[in-house]
Unconditional design. Structure first.
Lengths: 292, 344
């Protein structure tokens, strides 16, 4: 083929390795996500708390600056410890939920709205590869607002502190990393699974937010009516806070009868992920088979 | 770092040497061996067996015959419940990725990403097929100019007309330089001008010779104008598998009759004389006569059976006749099967 001659010519050049096709999907997914000004706005907003936390760490480690800015007010609340990083993690992770609700539908619904799956999957990419590519785009984007800024804050605190702070608080670093990764893994698969069942982006965004908060209400009703703590298992903000607290080594503040065993939380998260995988398996197909 | 995919090595070994026709190749384009596909508890393809070696293979059949299911099986979208399907000797299940590397697929229905520009969409598809980013962009431009969408390549695909959407599906199927182009109802929904343009493009690709084609259609004319081999399906079974040119050559003495009277008995008598006959409603009879039988014999038999010949038309055998005969044969064999079952 030539633009001017309008003749067909076969392609004889080199081909990329098969495994890199997943990266093509991820790259085009990211391009689609970042083409929206709302995405840029959301990411900018999600970095604002990080800037505030940087200032707080600076003040906590700099008595002169603290004295100048706080004018001699009590600065005991400014201690940088596991509780401080728990707040950081919570804020960043809930920002990640807002971003997921916006970008997960953009990754999937454009393909579904125009029935692009038969063409996409007729190329050398499997259904698993397709989901993995979209998942990588979402996971990478969410990493930017969760474990990356959290660990940067940890490093900054380690650098700013006069004492050998970082070595003594490695549990906080691992808690920030693995707590964030656990959360964004679940958000990514949940976001993709729910988006794959809805063709309209606005509806998909609402459903993703609702999927986190509506079960919390149901869990609250179960807890109230049946007087059992297991209803809290449906309360995602509650169980994740408990899990993060344990991962960071922060003190437990809740009543003893409200605590949920870590194993139960992990099983619940696994079940959510399995359900999402089943939803994706049912929906991401080149052809639907009509029974009967 | 760039590597050649194994498919390329496989296919390059199978490329014909100069002067060799594609049909003489040892490896068929498509090889079906007792292929059975069951979907939703229903047998959609029922024991298909055959080798397709043509440059352009037409896949014909009435709606629901199993044409799209066969294509989806070759692409690995559906798994065979029994038997095998091979493309260039590669198994449709085991070598799915290699087959998809070698295939350009244009689906029947709308299938695109509407919020992408034409060139962005084709480039995306070419990259998924393994072309490096820069080459994919270059080929996307070329493919779009080749199919006639050069001037609108920066417009969003969702703003394209139906004809343009068909063409962009063709462009993305061509961009990565496939060895086999699968076109599922390529002229669906096109106006006569757009249809003619699509047919011309397909004919050009066929003439170029480096791509083999599998074209599915229920429009006989499309297949007649573009293909050299036809696989006719009916109710998930092969009703006929023929070389269109050879069929035409072998049926030069072809007569179409309009009769009044017992056309069936006339056909029966003509069959006894060695003719091939097919009866149609309204007393229409089509007869393929061997060289030793003359028109005089036809009149004699008709007179003997009390059949009036109201019109006699001698003409070239068309794909329509091949198709109708295949349908008729299939109907006959079904009737015989039913009779055998009743007898039992």
């Amino acid at each position: 083929m030539s633009v001017y001659k309008h003749n067909y010519r076969a392609y004889t050049g080199r081909l990329t390795p098969l495994w890199t096709r997943v990266l093509v999907l991820a790259r085009y997914g990211l391009a689609e996500v970042w083409s929206s000004k709302i995405t840029i706005g959301l990411f900018t907003l999600s970095f604002l708390p990080t800037i505030v936390f940087i200032i707080l760490i600076y003040l906590a480690n700099n008595p002169i600056a603290r004295a100048l800015i706080l004018h001699g007010n009590d600065a005991r609340d400014l201690s940088i410890n596991a509780m401080f990083f728990l707040v950081v993690l919570e804020i960043q992770c809930w920002a990640a939920l807002a971003i997921t609700a916006w970008i997960a539908p953009r990754l999937i619904t454009f393909d579904l709205a125009d029935n692009a799956l038969p063409i996409l999957l007729s190329h050398p990419i499997s259904r698993f590869g397709y989901v993995l590519g979209k998942f990588a785009a979402l996971f990478g984007s969410l990493s930017l607002v969760t474990w990356v800024p959290c660990l940067l804050l940890f490093v900054y605190q380690g650098y700013s502190s006069a004492q050998p702070w970082a070595a003594a608080n490695l549990q906080i670093a691992s808690g920030l990393l693995f707590g964030s990764i656990l959360w964004i893994l679940m958000l990514s698969i949940l976001g993709l699974a729910l988006s794959s069942w809805v063709k309209w982006r606005a509806v998909a965004t609402g459903i993703i937010v609702a999927a986190v908060f509506v079960p919390s209400g149901v869990g609250g009703i179960i807890t109230g009516v049946l007087r059992t703590k297991w209803g809290f298992l449906l309360n995602m903000p509650f169980v994740m806070t408990q899990l993060w607290r344990r991962m960071l080594g922060a003190p437990e503040l809740m009543w003893r009868d409200e605590t949920i065993p870590t194993a139960a939380i992990v099983i619940m998260l696994l079940l959510v992920c399995l359900l999402c995988a089943a939803m994706l398996n049912a929906r991401i197909r080149a052809r639907e088979v009509v029974r009967g | 770092m760039g590597i050649n995919h194994p498919i390329d090595e496989t296919l390059h070994h199978k490329d014909p040497p100069a002067g060799t026709t594609v049909s003489s190749l040892a490896t068929p384009v498509i090889d079906l061996d007792r292929l059975e596909v069951r979907l939703g508890g229903r047998t959609v393809l029922d024991g298909l067996t055959g080798e397709l070696r043509g440059n352009a293979i037409g896949l014909l059949g009435p709606n629901g015959a199993g044409k799209s299911t066969l294509i989806n099986t070759l692409l690995g979208f559906h798994l065979p419940s029994r038997g095998t399907a091979k493309v260039f000797g590669m198994d449709a299940v085991r070598d799915r990725a290699r087959i998809r590397q070698a295939i350009g697929y244009m689906p029947e229905n709308d299938s695109f990403i509407g919020n992408m520009s034409g060139v962005h969409f084709v480039r995306y598809m070419a990259e998924l097929s393994g072309l490096p980013s820069n080459e994919a962009l270059e080929r996307a431009h070329e493919a779009l100019f080749y199919v006639g969408l050069g001037e609108v390549r920066y417009r969003k695909v969702s703003t394209y007309s139906l004809g343009m959407k068909q063409l962009i599906k063709l462009a993305q199927a061509l961009a990565h330089g496939p060895h086999l182009l699968i076109l599922d109802e390529p002229t669906n929904g096109l106006d006569p001008m757009a249809r003619q343009r699509m047919i011309q493009t397909i004919q050009e690709i066929r003439k170029e010779g480096s791509i083999r084609m599998l074209i599915s259609s229920h429009l006989l004319l499309d297949i007649d104008e573009t293909c050299d081999e036809a696989l006719i399906l009916k109710n998930g079974r092969i009703a006929a598998l023929c070389n269109i040119e050879e069929e035409r050559r072998s049926h030069r003495n072809f007569i179409e009759l309009e009769t009044i009277g017992a056309a069936d008995s006339l056909a029966e008598k003509m069959r006894e004389l060695g003719c091939e006959c097919a009866c149609f409603p309204g007393g229409r009879v089509k007869i393929v006569m061997p060289d030793q039988i003359e028109a005089r014999d036809l009149y004699t038999v008709a007179a003997g059976q009390g059949v009036q010949i109201r019109r006699l038309h001698q003409r070239r055998d068309s794909l329509e006749d091949i198709f109708l005969r295949a349908m008729d044969n299939d109907r006959d064999s079904e009737t015989k099967r039913e009779e055998q079952l009743v007898g039992l």
